[in-house]
Design a protein around this ligand. Structure first.
Ligand code: CMC
Length: 377
């Protein structure tokens, strides 16, 4: 029997079409609905990019105002979600908190799961659900960090845009515009990236005609891993291990001798640099200057140049975003939940796209276990 051509990890396999984003590794470019992501990050609020991902076009002034009004309507942490989060042990990973909160929001939306036959929902219903999750997640993520610090939740502020309000709910201080801008850019850069592992998970779940919340819960589980979204948290762990730029060479000697993966480097699709890194690195640089933390940039540059010189493997988005979130004041454990708050836009755009042209995702496998055998006696 001929061996099938197995594409381990689905590497290089094109499984479907999408009109949401285009990743071009040859030119190191990433387009959301046709727009280069760095242009969007430089000019747009995250709300406009969320709108773009869902509707296919940037909003005009009236559309943005209406969209912002509906986002503001669903910002507050509900008593139900707060009570549920409070039941989770403080030692649990905040990704488990976020996953649980989204699951609870889904279970409370009885239109979404009333009958398995209509669990998929209409595109309009799923868009409404997407906006609610997008609006609700910042309060969930912010409260997660606050409760680990023994602090009460902070109510949202209607006079602040998405990014400024997110920072307000986390820290309880009016954020500096430099910080808001860097944070807004990170949210835009994290929003969407075609068929990455978590988005593909969401599409697999959607393909069974399951509901949008189940797809997002599954995607959160996929994002948690350090080979995917968990890498931004892992970058800070390695920064903490290294300590300062002068320790990079001995640290790297040892880490490579132990065959460790260096978190924040490498990418399945980009092999000569991640299209999002220059924009996020520029945002990190503004934060380094704002907080006067030159040593962070020194460690960043030292590890990057040493690792690239030795392995020819380039940083991915998690490499600059980890230290950027650290400078802003987020706890390391909160970094991947921030990724969730951003990527929920892309995930849900893909859920709606998948549901609109669905085919059950069900690949084949090649059996290499024991030959057929029978129970004796
Ligand atoms: N550190 C050390 N070696 C690496 C790394 C790394 N970060 N990335 C790749 N390699 C090596 C790998 O060990 C392999 O070597 P060999 O051929 O000797 O076995 C070679 O490079 C090819 O790597 P690969 O694992 O086949 O590449 P992949 O396309 O399957 O993996 C990756 C991509 C992202 C899983 C991998 O680069 C990695 O584990 N990186 C660290 C985790 C990380 O930063 N993840 C974030 C990904 S991007 C943003 C996101 O999704 O959040």
């Amino acid at each position: 029997m001929t061996e099938p051509d197995i594409k381990k990890g689905l590497a290089g396999v094109v499984v479907d079409t999408t009109a949401i984003s285009k990743v071009n590794p040859e030119t190191n470019s990433l387009l959301y609905r046709g727009y280069p992501v760095q242009e969007l990050a430089a000019t747009q609020p995250f709300e406009a990019v969320a709108y773009l991902l869902w509707h296919g076009e940037l909003p005009d002034a009236a559309q943005l105002a209406a969209f912002r009004a509906s986002e503001r309507e669903h910002r507050a942490l509900t008593d139900t979600v707060k009570t549920a989060i409070d039941l989770i042990p403080l030692e649990a990973h905040p990704m488990d908190e976020v996953r649980t909160a989204v699951s609870l929001i889904g279970a409370s939306d009885t239109n979404a799961g009333g009958s398995v036959l209509d669990a998929g929902g209409s595109p309009e219903e799923n868009l409404e659900r997407s906006i609610r999750l997008f609006a609700a997640l910042p309060a969930i993520v912010a409260y997660g960090q606050r409760r680990r610090r023994g602090e009460e939740p902070i109510a949202p502020r209607d006079d602040l845009d998405y990014s400024a309000n997110f920072l307000w709910m986390t820290f309880g201080e009016e954020p500096d515009p430099v910080v808001v801008d860097a944070f807004n850019r990170s949210m835009i850069l994290y929003a969407e990236h075609s068929f990455n592992a978590s988005t593909f998970t969401a599409r697999v779940i959607t393909s069974t005609l399951s509901d949008l919340y189940s797809a997002v819960v599954g995607a959160i589980g996929a994002l948690k891993g350090p080979l995917h979204g968990g890498a931004n948290e892992a970058v800070l762990h390695i920064f903490d291990e290294i300590g300062e730029a002068s320790n990079v060479v001995p640290w790297l000697d040892k880490a490579l001798a132990e065959k460790r993966k260096i978190m924040g480097f490498g990418h399945r699709v980009y092999k000569s640099g991640d299209s999002r890194v220059p924009t996020m690195k520029a945002a990190l640089d503004t934060l380094v200057e704002h907080y006067d933390r030159r040593e962070v940039a020194e460690l960043y540059d030292a590890l990057e140049s040493e690792f690239v010189a030795r392995k020819g493997i380039y940083p991915n988005l998690d490499y600059p975003s980890g230290p950027a979130y650290n400078l802003i004041g987020f706890d390391t454990l909160t970094f991947t939940p921030l990724f969730v708050a951003a990527r929920v836009t892309g995930w849900t755009a893909h859920v709606i796209e998948q549901a609109g042209a669905n085919a059950l995702i069900r690949p084949l496998s090649h059996y290499d276990g024991v030959d057929e055998r029978h129970i004796e006696g």
